[in-house]
Design a protein around this ligand. Structure first.
Ligand code: PMV
Length: 299
């Protein structure tokens, strides 16, 4: 039997723009998914994900993990602290934890790079489209600058409080990416200039993160939120949480992930004050922090 755990993630900058090849900065967070696998007479998948009446199941992702590694029949058990369809990378964390556990159970000798690449391919197969961000960050951990399909580099880990505000409304990444594509097809010049500006925010963010200048990082996150609103992935509920977080002293706050529903992320020193302001809007606040470790075997 082998158990692996892998983290979810937040975007500081760059969701949606990353689909168009622009740079993004994301960080692993201390909300984790655990996969336990054991050789078995027949393959079974059980999961605490996707059992809340939402039209989502992690099973196709896990089946693809087993198929693509060509391993014998196994039982797989998934347990997760990450909310499904919330923009926190729940499916990627489940895939990466499962690949890590299969790698350990069957001594496959896969490197982290191979796990991240296989995980990305599986997300693409099941979802249709996905940037490498979620699977890369879940595998490697840390705070990471991503130039999609080119390179990634590790930055200084975010050291201030991270507060997530969850609308508790399911957000379909596929649908939102599709909506943005339609807008891009209608107004390519306007949309490209927004994506270029988001790309610029990621570039500007690097030295600020390296210096621990979270006030300035927060200002850039606020700009990014406005741009995400501009491309149609905001909502009144998301913005209510964003403004409540800022009013409560957050350095900055923005949508994280696909938007529509899902979550916002705020950076803050006084995470408790920001969390209770988010709760007061009717959202659900979660206080967490950045996670240096990515996927790892749990003894
Ligand atoms: O909501 P999530 O965690 O699936 O993130 C989506 C981020 C997008 O940039 C909108 C899509 C992607 O594949 O990167």
């Amino acid at each position: 039997m082998a158990t692996c755990t892998a983290p979810g993630k937040i975007y500081l900058f760059g969701e949606h723009a990353v689909v168009y090849g622009k740079r993004a900065i994301a960080s692993a967070i201390n909300l984790r998914t655990t996969a336990t696998v054991a050789e078995s007479a027949q393959t079974t998948i059980t999961s605490s994900l996707g059992t809340t009446g939402i039209d989502y199941t992690v099973h196709p992702y896990i089946s693809r993990c087993i198929e693509s590694l060509g391993v014998p029949a196994v039982s797989v058990r998934i347990d997760s602290e990450i909310l499904v369809g919330s923009g926190l990378g729940s499916s990627a964390a489940a895939v990466i934890a499962t690949l890590g556990a299969l790698n350990a159970e069957f001594d496959l000798g896969m490197t982290r790079t191979a796990i991240a690449a296989t995980g990305h391919q599986i997300e693409r197969d099941v979802q249709g489209a996905a940037s490498p961000t979620d699977t890369l960050v879940s595998t490697m951990g840390g705070t990471v600058m991503i130039t999609p399909w080119v390179s990634s580099s590790r930055l200084r880990l975010i050291e201030c409080g991270i507060v997530i505000g969850d609308t508790e409304e399911f957000s379909s990444t596929k649908e939102l990416v599709g909506n943005v594509r339609i807008l891009h097809e209608s107004y390519p010049v306007a949309m490209d200039s927004i994506f270029d500006t988001i790309d610029n925010l990621s570039e500007l963010g690097v030295p600020l993160i390296e210096n621990g200048d979270y006030r300035s990082v927060g200002e850039l996150m606020n700009i990014d939120h406005g741009l995400l609103d501009a491309i149609g992935v905001g909502s009144a509920k998301l913005s209510a949480m964003v403004y409540a977080a800022r009013d409560a002293g957050a350095y900055g706050a923005k949508i994280t992930g696909a938007g529509g529903g899902g979550c916002i992320v705020a950076l803050a020193d006084d995470a408790g004050a920001v969390a209770s302001a988010i709760d007061d809007t009717g959202g659900r606040a979660i206080i967490t922090e950045a996670s240096e470790p990515g996927v790892h075997v749990r003894k």
